[in-house]
Design a protein around this ligand. Structure first.
Ligand code: GDP
Ligand code: IMO
Ligand code: MG
Length: 420
């Protein structure tokens, strides 16, 4: 059986949670491999809405879930999320190598943003960047340290005075928690979470060797990638298929489907370039219709037209085999729709995103106009969609060069069309 990758192709919030939940039913394992609780993945089952930040979205289906070494874990959030589950005995494994977000990481995230002033990234404030910084600096606290009070005590004794000094003397912040308070709270969390520790690298490798189906759930979106996104307006991990191997600790996979999740328009939360952004009433209408307010922070998402330049680059670098095209229903009732097919720069056409995005200042989006449509979210067969909707979908599909094998017409599981 093939394994599946689910990755965001734009700036996050494409509907990865919904698609992961659908695939999770038949998967043997669902695995997160990067990011942390900056993610907000929504799964709607009947009238119930689940929001996952750290736990893989496969847990609702009762599928066994893993959190790989490449993820950063805030144990307070993890504990809360586990407590909120309907399942009292979730099938969950957390790799001992995952890095732990400590309270000073949240403070440093906020302090760095404050220092940047109007150049701030617009982070989620969850301490993600500072935690990955400590991993790179080789001073981070890992899950294996969290679950052992003596090891944790030693680590905190080394780090607390250093972080306090940086926060107070460099950033002028107040650190209100004591070293003892941090130790007591985190050791208690470690004690409760210890039962989930397991070598995810080994477990997933074995599952793959046994021919099991593994579903890799990406967080964020490709254009938030630390190298390939719109740096510095990015996150601190690698939201791309390539990161699965380093984020879980497995070898290359021979048989797979790489699903890029594409929203039928574009959204972005936080700062950074956005060439097809709509700063007008139409943008506001799409924001309202699509309920485009952050799952994690509640911030209004910036909204704009679908951008094929972004999608071509995403498809190439992620090696996409398929696309799940989501939220087409949100465009219902808009008379004329636009898709950006390329950027014009100095009389030339760019069809892929430039390595140096500051060139976007010289670029103008080239648009193709489409007739509006009215999609019934309960449509079951692709051919029953209005012709104008199919024209919109098939144009994008042809230009991106990857089959759009799933069309999502609403947040519910049933509102999904599988194309043959
Ligand atoms: P993720 O971060 O990629 O998992 O996406 P989010 O959960 O942050 O945001 C996607 C939002 O759109 C959620 O509220 C979903 O319930 C919702 N959603 C997903 N697919 C569709 C769709 O096809 N139509 C509509 N109207 N909503 C959808
Ligand atoms: P999901 O998985 C949308 C954005 C933040 C900010 C930048 C850096 O739900 O798609 P960070 O806190 O990671 O240092 O913030 O990345 N960002 C997201 N935007 N969806 C997400 O996750 C995001 N995770 C981070 O808004 O611009
Ligand atoms: Mg989200």
């Amino acid at each position: 059986m093939a394994s599946r990758f689910v990755v965001g192709t734009q700036f996050g919030d494409e509907g990865k949670g919904k698609i992961t939940d659908i695939f999770a039913k038949q998967a043997d394992l669902v695995v997160r491999y990067q990011g942390g609780n900056n993610a907000g993945h929504t799964v709607v089952v009947g009238e119930k809405v689940y929001k996952f930040h750290l736990l893989p979205s496969g847990l609702i289906q009762g599928t066994r879930c893993c959190i790989g070494a490449g993820v950063v874990i805030d144990p307070r959030v993890l504990m809360e999320e586990i407590n909120r589950l309907d399942d009292e005995n979730p099938q969950l494994a957390i790799d001992p190598r995952t890095q732990i977000i400590m309270p000073w990481h949240n403070l440093l995230d906020g302090a760095t943003e404050k220092m940047l002033g109007n150049k701030k990234i617009g982070t989620t404030g969850r301490g993600i960047g500072p935690c990955y910084e400590d991993r790179a600096a080789r001073i981070g606290i890992r899950f294996v340290d969290l679950v052992d009070r003596e090891r944790l005590k030693q680590k905190i004794a080394e780090l607390y005075p250093l972080k306090k000094k940086i926060l107070e003397l460099v950033y002028g912040e107040n650190v209100e928690f004591t070293e003892q308070e941090v130790l007591d709270e985190y050791a208690a969390l470690g004690e409760k979470l210890k039962q989930y520790m397991g070598d995810v690298s080994q477990e997933v490798s074995k599952a793959l060797a046994d021919g099991k189906e593994v579903l890799f759930e990406g967080a964020q979106g490709f254009f938030l990638d630390n190298d390939f996104g719109t740096y510095p307006f990015v996150t601190s991990s690698h939201p791309m298929t390539g990161a699965v191997f380093t984020g879980v600790g497995i070898g290359l996979i021979k048989e797979y489907e790489a699903f890029g999740i594409v929203k039928a328009y574009t959204t972005r939360v936080g700062g950074g370039p956005f060439l097809t952004e709509l700063n007008d009433d139409l943008g506001e209408l799409i924001r309202q219709n699509g309920k485009e307010f952050g799952t994690t922070t509640g911030r209004p998402r910036r909204v704009g037209w679908l951008d094929l330049v972004i999608l071509r680059t995403s498809a190439r670098v992620n090696g996409l085999t398929d696309v799940a095209f989501t939220k087409i229903d949100v465009l219902n009732g808009i008379e004329k729709l636009k898709i950006c097919t390329a950027y014009e720069m100095d009389g030339k056409e760019l069809t892929e995103f430039p390595a140096d995005w500051t060139l976007l200042e010289k670029c103008k989006p080239i648009y193709r106009e489409f007739e509006g449509f009215e999609v019934d979210p309960e449509t079951k067969n692709y051919n029953d969609l209005p012709q104008a909707a199919r024209d919109y979908i098939e144009f994008a599909e042809k230009k991106v060069g990857v089959k759009f094998s799933i069309i999502s017409t609403g947040p519910k599981r049933s509102q999904t069309i599988f194309r043959q």
